[in-house]
Design a protein around this ligand. Sequence first.
Ligand code: CA
Length: 230
Amino acid sequence: MAKEKILMIEDEKNIVELVKYNLEEQGYSVAAEMRGDQGLQRAIKEIPDLILLDLMLPGMNGIDICKTLKNNEKTSHVPVIMLTAKSEELDKVLGLEIGADDYMTKPFSPRELVARIKAVLRRGQERQTDTVLKAGTLEVDDSRHVVKLKNKVVELTAKEYDLLKALMEVKGRVVTREHLLDHVWGYDQSLNIETRTVDMHIGQLRKKLKNEAERIVTVKNVGYRFEIDE
Ligand code: CA
C-alpha cells in the first residue's frame, strides 16, 4: 500500500519537527508548510490524504483555510484535523462549524495525535464505501446525515431528507405516493395525511435542490422517479 500523505500547516517549528518525526515513524509521508496561504495552495495542488491545520498562521488563518478546502470540490473530501492552542480558540472553531473532522488542543501527545489520525482516516474510508448517494452535483451522506449541492451543505427538514433518500435509494425506479407516505410518514389513517402532503414536500425539496431539481420527475397519477446518470 502506498504511504498515506499528510500535509501539516503549522508555523511552530518545534511542533512540526515533533509531529513529523512521530508520523514518519508510523509510516506516513509528511509535508509541512509554515504559511497559511502557501499551505492552502499546496493542499489544492497535491491533495493529501489528511491535513493537520493550525489555527493562527501567517498569511491566512486556519478557519479560512478549512472553509476554503471544504468548499473546493477537489479537496472537500480531505479530512482536516485542527490544531488549536487554547480551549478558547477551540470554542471558536467548534462554534463556527467550519467543517473540520476533528480537533486537538495544544499541547498534545504525539501518540494521541496518531490515534486521532488513524481514526479519521478510517472513518473516511468507511464513508467512501457505500453510505454516500450521488447524482450529478448532489450528494447525500447518510452516515453524517448531510446533503450537499456543489459541495455546499443544503439545509433540509427531516421529512425532506427522508423523501430524498427514499427516492434516491431505489436507483431510478418509480416510487408511488403511497410508498412515500408509508416510508416517510409511517402512513396511518388516523393521522389523516393525504397524498397531497407528499406533493407539497416534493415541491419544497425541488426548490432546495436548485440545479438538480429536475431530477425529481413527476410520474402522472403514480408518484415520482429520481433521475440518475447511467
Ligand atoms: Ca500558530
